[in-house]
Ligand binder design. Sequence first.
Ligand SMILES: NC(=O)C1=CN([C@@H]2O[C@H](COP(=O)(O)OP(=O)(O)OC[C@H]3O[C@@H](n4cnc5c(N)ncnc54)[C@H](O)[C@@H]3O)[C@@H](O)[C@H]2O)C=CC1
Ligand SMILES: O=C(CO)COP(=O)(O)O
Length: 315
Amino acid sequence: MKVAVLGGGAFGTALAVSLAANGPVTLWARNAGAWRDRTCPKLEGVTLPGRVTLTGDVAEALTADTLLFALPMQSLAGLLDGLPEGLEGKALVACCKGIDLTRLTGPAAILAERAPAAMPAILTGPSFAADIARGLPTALTLACADEAMGKALQQALSTPALRLYRSRDVIGAELGGALKNVVAIACGACIGAGLGDSARAALMTRGFAEMTRLAVHLGAEPETLAGLSGLGDLTLTCTSDLSRNYRFGLALGRGEAFDAGTTVEGAATAQAAEALGRRDGIPLPICGTVSRLTEGTLTVPEAMDQLLARPLKEE
Ligand SMILES: NC(=O)C1=CN([C@@H]2O[C@H](COP(=O)(O)OP(=O)(O)OC[C@H]3O[C@@H](n4cnc5c(N)ncnc54)[C@H](O)[C@@H]3O)[C@@H](O)[C@H]2O)C=CC1
Ligand SMILES: O=C(CO)COP(=O)(O)O
């Protein structure tokens, strides 16, 4: 397989560095001209190995037969719209974590909309770009509805340090990765506001229940949510300062400003999840709370009061 990564931010760069262990990789960055010394501005301290060809010309990347899309969720549809014909015969792998605000779908449906004959796959799970780029051990989920395609991608994209588990549950894998970011913002806000580790554990657990409720309603297998793409990534993102979603929540909880140029997927995902819950009558109190927190119509103390004042329920 000839592999290209589209999206030259932290994650696309880390994937290209990692996959170079298997052979040549092309990395397309729209801002390739702004790179200095083959170092991504979003992933300092990591230099591209010789096997990675960095290009600002998307046509060069499109000569590959396997394309990994590693850019923010809300940019995916626009990027695809601007690409020439010819995606149909390729393996298309989405690496973004989120729900498109306009369509209220994950990345696989957007890839399928653009290339109906292609079989989209999802690469997701607990992994910080900095860890992957340093070659630290990482396990991720590769989800593809077509088993043969899933097996081929699992082989091609696993490396000695990056171990891929296979799944056919595309919806479950992408929703786990999207929704954990919303819970991570809630957990960051909780810790930032000094509400304690017990409250965080409650938010993680009830957040996981909410993730599973929505994902199963939309067709996911509950077991997928309990795997790397759901519980695994939830655990990492809700407990580590390396997570941008968690740090954004910390800033909210402390009443501090946060750099608007940092990618925080959970804010738009909270809005999209809330819209899905409203549309389909699925209660999602934590997503709704995070949606209002991030748009600035609710404070952290008000948010906790509202969550605690909900009617008592069976677990
Ligand atoms: N950074 C991480 O540790 C991980 C990130 N991800 C996911 O990967 C996705 C991308 O995140 P990062 O690379 O970390 O973000 P980033 O902020 O480091 O980089 C985003 C990149 O996308 C590019 N981009 C944005 N819109 C574009 C467009 N329309 N066309 C072309 N390029 C465009 C930007 O120029 C930038 O280079 C997100 O969905 C994130 O959740 C997944 C796992 C780990
Ligand atoms: O998805 C990630 C870890 O699996 C990265 O998390 P952040 O986007 O919050 O940094």
